[in-house]
Design a binder for this molecule. Sequence first.
Ligand SMILES: O=C(O)CCC(=O)C(=O)O
Ligand SMILES: [Fe+2]
Length: 240
Amino acid sequence: MTNMPASLDRYLHDADWPAITRGLDTTGCALLPGLLTPEQCHSLAACYAQDRGFRSRVVMARHGFGRGEYKYFDYPLPALVTQLRSRLYPKLASVANAWHERLGIEARFPGNLDDFLARCHDAGQARPTPLLLRYGPDDYNCLHQDLYGEHVFPLQVAILLSEPGRDFEGGEFVLTEQRPRMQSRVEVVPLRQGDAVVFAVNHRPMQGARGAYRVAMRHGVSRLRNGQRYTLGIIFHDAL
Ligand SMILES: O=C(O)CCC(=O)C(=O)O
Ligand SMILES: [Fe+2]
């Protein structure tokens, strides 16, 4: 994999971060359309078949997580994954800090990923969390939250590496939001190949009459009707 592609640098520089922040604040998710090129998607998805470069493989059905499988990258991450993780982090850290402030959570996030990871590693959360997921016909991913220890960065990113309609059908990315004492609401996020969705890992603040309250978010993937679907997941906190 090559060094930081200029296109990615430009994308992150030119993106409308105030609009992305508004999306995150109002719905708990925001789209970064066309963050990766089809070629980048293809080469990341092709990594899945390799044995090297991963620390573990999870067959979802064995754990009741759904159907399909995923593999956690090992350190050192592929260059493109490192770049995405370290460049996206500072853009999202200010949203994360604003959310903690509104939720009355004490922890604040440093401005760069290395400082945040040092905090995770000091607490024993030292295993890398970026992952590739692979789904085939009838596979799905149950609603879940990617929590791996005490240290939680409240936003994460998923990038669709396959093209809906061409590579697979079904398999929609869904988010649910559970307000206290209310029934859950679902949001389907339409993604094309190369699109990234930024979303809340566990809680997000919602403005109420008497200040902000906590909404619990979960994410998952609906059943594939056919084909193959690959995703790159970028989680910022490391795992115990
Ligand atoms: O395959 C997907 O779109 C969901 C991936 C996921 O659960 C994650 O990135 O944490
Ligand atoms: Fe996930």
